[in-house]
Write a protein that binds this ligand. Structure first.
Ligand code: ADP
Ligand code: ASP
Ligand code: MG
Length: 406
């Protein structure tokens, strides 16, 4: 007998028929003799609707009450799913975070998990009951409901799998696994049978929203076996595995993109030691993460243009922080551009192969696509390009690295 955590995303619980179908997937797992704990998201579109309601009442709002409102989507689906299971004769019970409790810190809207008390859930599992846990939500140290951040029910599922020492965490979604790139953008994207934790982590953090970045990080650290599969097709999914479980590595395994970047350029800033520290120090103090950084060669040897990117939601605050330094640093101007996209090619095979970047730059140059910034890590190369080239660039790179399906 094994123990499985099954997580169902928004499209998988989008209406009553789909919730009934989810119940049959749980039953199928139980019929194999496994214990099952379920985690559900809100019905597709519901969380967006709740966020919108909050913003209409209060554009600048109290984070506690934001959480109190947006966490309710998952309360509905956990109850409905438990009912659908009961209709199949399966003993099931819904669980909100506070009832478990699923404890987090009190960083409302982006809470981090402190611990999950599993005693009650363990007892119910031992009795043959199926717990249906509301994803995305937590109980803060302040005694109030928190949320883990958008897309956070993946985190709930992996954390629960780790706490319950489950044999596997299955993430059911609307695609039948992790693809070489977003199948909505590239029709020739291929499903991967396996991907390493490291590659999945890069894919997620560079924009592939099929798994939440923090869920992959947690799975990697807590040694949770993670599978992504479709709740619609019944096809086998993608296993996220250790590197040594993959015999032959592709040089590039996947391509991710993020439209969530904004580019900020500080024009004619003094080209001398200490300037970058004085510019980026205040940004760090304001809690703003800087992603890509490029410094252009200076014409006169005295000044340079310095470009960096931040997530779109931080752009206004970043501009304000930089402008406040104008008197001190004496640059000419600050400009910003939000119509950019970051495209990243990812693969552990890059460690042992040369020429990966050259191939990327050539494929984009052949299409006349200009690179506005570049950044690299051991297993990833990212470029910033104008947003209008998103599809063209991804398709060109997908073909260039031989990822297109036959
Ligand atoms: P859920 O509601 O089930 O959590 P999400 O919308 O969060 O589902 O994630 C699934 C979506 O992720 C897919 O519909 C797909 O468009 C997108 N996606 C982006 N990159 C990839 C990729 N490399 N492989 C699979 N899906 C991807
Ligand atoms: N319902 C939440 C959201 O839409 C959490 C999730 O779906 O993972 O962000
Ligand atoms: Mg998701």
């Amino acid at each position: 007998m094994g123990r499985i955590v099954q997580k169902f995303g928004g499209t998988s619980v989008a209406d009553v028929d789909r919730i009934r179908h989810v119940a049959t997937l749980v039953k199928r797992q139980l019929d194999q003799g496994d214990q099952v704990a379920v985690v559900v998201s809100a019905m597709a579109g519901v969380t967006n609707g709740l966020v919108d309601l909050v913003r209409r009442i209060a554009p600048v709002h109290d984070a506690h009450e934001y959480d109190a409102v947006v966490a309710t989507g998952e309360c509905v689906t956990s109850g409905l799913t438990a009912l659908a299971l009961q209709e199949l004769g399966i003993p099931a019970r819904s669980w909100h975070a506070w009832q478990i409790p699923f404890r987090t810190d009190d960083a409302h809207g982006r809470a981090r998990i402190l611990g999950i008390d599993t005693d009650t859930l363990e007892a119910r599992l031992a009795e043959g009951q199926v717990p249906v846990v509301a994803g995305f939500q937590g109980l803060g140290t302040d005694g109030r409901t928190t949320t883990l951040g958008r897309g956070g029910s993946d985190i709930t599922a992996v954390a629960l799998a780790a706490a319950l020492k489950a044999d596997r965490c299955d993430i059911y979604t609307d695609v039948d696994g992790v693809y070489t790139t977003d199948p909505r953008i590239v029709a020739k994207a291929r499903k991967l049978d396996r991907i390493t934790y490291e590659e999945m982590l890069e894919m997620a953090s560079q924009g592939a929203k099929v798994l939440h970045t923090r869920s992959v990080e947690l799975a990697m650290n807590q040694r949770v076996r993670l599978q992504v599969l479709s709740s619609f097709t019944g096809a086998s999914g993608t296993m996220v595995v250790d590197e040594d479980e993959i015999v032959e590595h592709q040089v590039v395994s996947g391509i991710a993109y993020s439209r969530d970047e904004a580019k900020i350029t500080v024009i004619k800033i003094a080209d001398r030691p200490g300037v970058a520290a004085r510019l980026f120090g205040p940004l760090a103090e304001a809690g703003i993460n800087v992603d890509m950084i490029v410094q252009g060669a200076s014409e006169d040897g005295k000044t340079a243009d310095l470009t960096f990117t931040v997530v779109k939601g931080d752009a206004d605050r970043a501009l304000k922080a930089v402008n406040a330094l104008k008197g001190d640093l004496g640059f000419a101007a600050v400009v910003h551009d939000a119509s950019v996209v970051k495209i990243s090619v990812i693969g552990v095979g890059m460690r042992s192969h040369a020429g990966v970047a050259a191939k990327m730059f050539q494929a984009l140059a052949d299409r006349g696509i200009n690179l506005q910034a570049i950044s690299t890590s051991e297993i990833k190369i990212s470029v910033l390009v104008a947003e209008e080239y998103t599809e063209l660039a991804i398709r060109a790179l997908h073909a260039a690295y031989g990822l297109d399906a036959a």
